[in-house]
Design a binder for this molecule. Structure first.
Ligand code: PGA
Length: 253
């Protein structure tokens, strides 16, 4: 049985006070005995304050990105070791905004995945096609390429420390959501790729989240698909009310 994970990617949002308030509000609504895993990824600069606000609550903490070396002359970058040191157990890698705007190539994402595992972090590896790629019937090819590249250095043991997130680029922050059929079909494809790359046990045990305009009113339907094991939520993770509504929808499944 795959445990549902509901993850909130705050992106470059919140001030320090809002971040602490949001994290504290979520911590109050969550308990370690919950049937659902809950994770938040605040901006780097608020990680320490947020770690304090969620201490003891069972809410998991992630960085939104990291560099692929443990230390050195990489101005402006943050290493996986630093994220672990500040209280993160996780890091999001390969988000489409980083791939499209900030130069993350398949190779760099793969290097970052290795660095994260070496640095003690679990990974949410994001993959997803653009609207043009979907219209050109390239969705499955793009997903296979990004998935297999991201997993290039991940063996059947280490993949236990990785969750895949399917995020169609055309659905991120646009209010357009994949239909349950589109999501389920992409997830089934990704799971099949895991079976080919590893084995059926890995395919059955690896969680695959859906991301892209997930809201409280579509979360239950998306997460009830057989191959959808949770959600990676952007905009709707920025208020306690809307994020908890998605977590509650997951609990009720
Ligand atoms: P969104 O973002 O929920 O605002 O569409 C999702 C994401 O980018 O992870």
């Amino acid at each position: 049985m795959r445990r549902i994970l509901v993850a909130g990617n705050w992106k470059m949002n919140t001030g320090r006070a809002d971040a602490v308030e949001l994290a504290g509000g979520l911590a109050e609504c969550h308990s370690e005995s919950s049937s659902v895993d809950v994770l938040i990824a605040p901006p780097f600069v608020w990680l320490e304050a947020v770690a304090e606000a969620i201490r003891g609550s069972g809410v998991l903490l992630a960085g939104q990105n990291a560099w692929c070396e443990p230390s050195g002359a990489y101005t402006g970058e943050v290493s996986c070791e630093m994220l672990a040191d500040v209280g993160c157990g996780w890091v999001i890698l390969g988000h489409s905004e980083r791939r499209q705007l900030l130069g993350d190539t398949d190779q760099l994402v793969s290097d970052k995945v290795s660095a994260a595992h070496a640095g003690g972090l679990d990974v949410i590896l994001c993959v997803g096609e653009t609207r043009e790629q979907r219209e050109a019937s390239e969705t499955e090819a793009v997903l296979s390429r990004q998935l297999l590249a991201g997993l290039a250095a991940v063996d059947a043991e280490t993949i236990k420390r990785l969750v895949v997130a399917y995020e169609p680029v055309w659905a991120i922050g646009t209010g357009l959501t994949a239909t349950t059929l589109q999501a389920e079909s992409a997830h089934a494809h990704l799971r099949n790729q895991l079976a080919v790359r590893y084995n059926s046990e890995v395919a059955e045990s690896t969680r695959i989240l859906y991301g892209g305009s997930v809201k409280s009113d579509n979360a239950a339907e998306l997460m009830s698909q057989p191959n959808v094991d949770g959600a990676l939520v952007g905009g709707a993770s920025l208020s306690v009310e809307s994020f908890v509504a998605i977590i509650d929808a997951a609990r009720e499944l």
